[in-house]
Design a protein. Structure first.
Length: 340
């Protein structure tokens, strides 16, 4: 082989190595070799009245049934049709990268989770790996649920096992290229026990719940790369496209442009009714109909935590036409009233 050919091959090989290293640094190693995952175990959670009650509370008040059930989207409170809780649906949001299915979690063996083991469910809830070993799209908030204590996970699984079988055939999730590979970086195995959190005072309780439910995911503005904008935690302005309209999330910090006028009673009543003071209705993109199922103690804790947030000046007003906001670079009502 001629010397110049050998040199060319070495240069090409070096270039491929450099490109490979750069791709791994940019997109993450798991994009190419698959997600982190642990092997399934044969553990089975004992059903007890306490677990059934706790599991039902979590499923109904923290979003499980909201995503994993069909709804009548034409009604303001998005009711679930009778006997269809947990039967799955295709998520309706219009900005998703493909067709995202929240699967049927009932005990039906053909279209639901009837053949899934307890550990398949537990691993999916907190670790982001489905029963079939695929990576779950992170709209399933397993990143937040990692902090869910072991006993709560057991309770959720026990309650899901108690759901009557509902036959509801659904298509498979189809995430578009290249997102279907990027999401492989998200799952992380849990190999150590997760203990009960410290809920000894309302603020600690609220901090845990706000993190678990993922309030910041919607109430913090994001940049063009869908990353949270630093210094604007919970300041609102993120637009959530949905079939019933595109509305920006509210600023829920204590700043005058946020919710400084709320007291605990008003906050709880607003979450229960979906209306501020019984007059100004919250947009249904805010799942108040889910949060309404929380206990007064949990809602009071969330409010106590929100009162501790750093005030962020950011006007968001969905009653006004969308205008460009210089703070978050987004179009939302009241955007032009903000200044850097």
């Amino acid at each position: 082989m001629k010397r110049w050919v050998k040199i060319l091959l070495l240069v090409l090989l070096a270039l491929l190595v450099v490109l490979g290293i750069a791709a791994v640094q940019m997109f993450g190693l798991r994009t190419f070799i698959g997600p982190r995952k642990r092997s399934l175990t044969d553990r089975k959670f004992e059903s007890t009245p306490a677990r059934l009650e706790r599991g039902k509370y979590i499923a109904s008040s923290m979003g499980c049934f909201y995503c994993h059930s069909p709804h009548d989207w034409s009604k303001r409170d998005h009711p679930i049709p009778n006997a269809m809780e947990g039967a799955g649906q295709q998520l309706p949001y219009t900005d998703l990268p493909g067709r995202i299915i929240a699967p049927n979690l009932t005990s039906d063996k053909e279209t639901g989770a009837g053949n899934w083991t307890d550990d398949m469910l537990a691993r999916g809830i907190r670790e982001g790996i489905g029963y079939d070993d695929r990576t779950l799209f992170p709209i399933m908030p397993y990143g937040h649920y990692r902090t869910m204590p072991d006993e709560d996970v057991a309770s959720v699984v026990v309650y899901l096992r108690s759901l009557p079988a509902v036959k509801n055939p659904l298509p498979q999730t189809e995430v578009i290229f290249p997102v279907k590979y990027f999401i492989r970086n998200a799952p992380e195995p849990i190999t150590a026990p997760v203990a009960q959190p410290d809920l000894s005072d309302p603020v600690k309780r609220g901090a845990f719940l706000v993190s678990l439910v993922g309030c910041a995911d919607c109430h913090t503005p994001i940049d063009n790369h869908r990353q949270a904008i630093a210094g604007m935690d919970f300041a609102g302005g993120q637009t959530i496209p949905a079939p019933w309209g595109n509305f920006a999330s509210a600023n829920i910090t204590p700043d005058p442009t946020g919710i400084p006028y709320y007291d605990e009673a008003l906050f709880i009543k607003t979450m229960r009714t979906g209306a501020v003071g019984g007059v100004r209705e919250l947009n249904s993109t805010m799942p108040w109909m889910v949060v309404a199922n929380m206990t007064d103690q949990d809602l009071a804790g969330i409010f106590a935590y929100l009162k501790t947030l750093k005030p962020v000046r950011h006007r968001v007003d969905n009653s006004l036409p969308p205008t460009l906001c210089p703070l978050d670079g987004a179009m939302h009502g009241g955007g032009d009233q903000n200044r850097k």
